[in-house]
Design a protein around this ligand. Structure first.
Ligand SMILES: [Zn+2]
Length: 221
């Protein structure tokens, strides 16, 4: 009995050790540490994810924050219950999500934008943080069409505080109608912790609520 338990323990440890694989990739001054806990993960998908990282991360750094981290860790996690999350230079992605949505590799684009954002304990609103991350996915994503990911049309009842794609679409609209480049400015002020609600009026001549009202009346982009 004791022996079989030991054998079983050994077997489990062996499986756990085998399931975790770490690959380190270096390209153009950036390093990606890719940790995979899923023994059944498709290596081709891993290659596509690595390629996506080295495509979009330098572009985002260039567009928004050249001082962003040079080393990023990405974990394909078998225990994590959400879709994806980012903290302290580490992107955690659900193995289950990627199995079910193998085209959704621009999850990476959204998540690494959070590293570029680096707002820390920002004084700015959380809905704007998530809106800018989805705006970045919309603008810099490499596989959104295949993933059937797009900015949904405006629907009555939405608000700019809904975050994610709803806010992202509003930002696209503001850039088209009022102020190209406002997202760069918003992002910069969020990072410097100088964001106030006045920024909308300074940049566009309209308050945030006035902009939203105009958007709801003519939301075409
Ligand atoms: Zn996010």
């Amino acid at each position: 009995m004791k022996k079989s338990l030991l054998t079983l323990l050994f077997f489990c440890c062996f499986i756990a050790a085998k399931a975790q694989q770490t690959n380190v990739y270096n390209q153009n001054g950036y390093k990606l540490i890719f940790v995979n806990y899923d023994a059944t993960f498709d290596p081709t998908l891993q290659q596509r994810m690595v390629k996506t990282f080295f495509t979009v991360y330098p572009e985002l750094a260039n567009a928004y924050n050249k001082n962003t981290l040079k080393t990023v860790t990405m974990v394909i996690d078998t225990a994590y219950k959400g879709v994806a999350a980012t903290a302290n230079g580490k992107v955690t992605i659900s193995y289950k999500w990627m199995h079910q949505h193998p085209e959704d590799i621009d999850v990476i684009t959204h998540e690494v934008m959070h590293i570029v954002q680096d707002y820390g304990d920002s004084n700015g609103p959380g809905w704007l943080t998530e809106g800018i991350a989805d705006y970045a996915r919309f603008k810099f994503g490499v596989n959104n069409d295949a993933a059937k990911w797009s900015l949904h049309d405006y629907k009555a009842g939405q608000n700019y505080t809904d975050a994610y794609r709803t806010t992202a679409r509003f930002l696209v609209w503001i850039e088209a109608k009022y102020k190209p480049g406002i997202v760069v400015e918003l992002d910069s002020q969020m990072r410097k912790h100088t964001y106030t609600d006045d920024i909308w009026k300074q940049q566009t001549g309209k308050t945030l609520d006035e902009l939203w009202k105009n958007y709801t009346e003519n939301p075409a982009i």
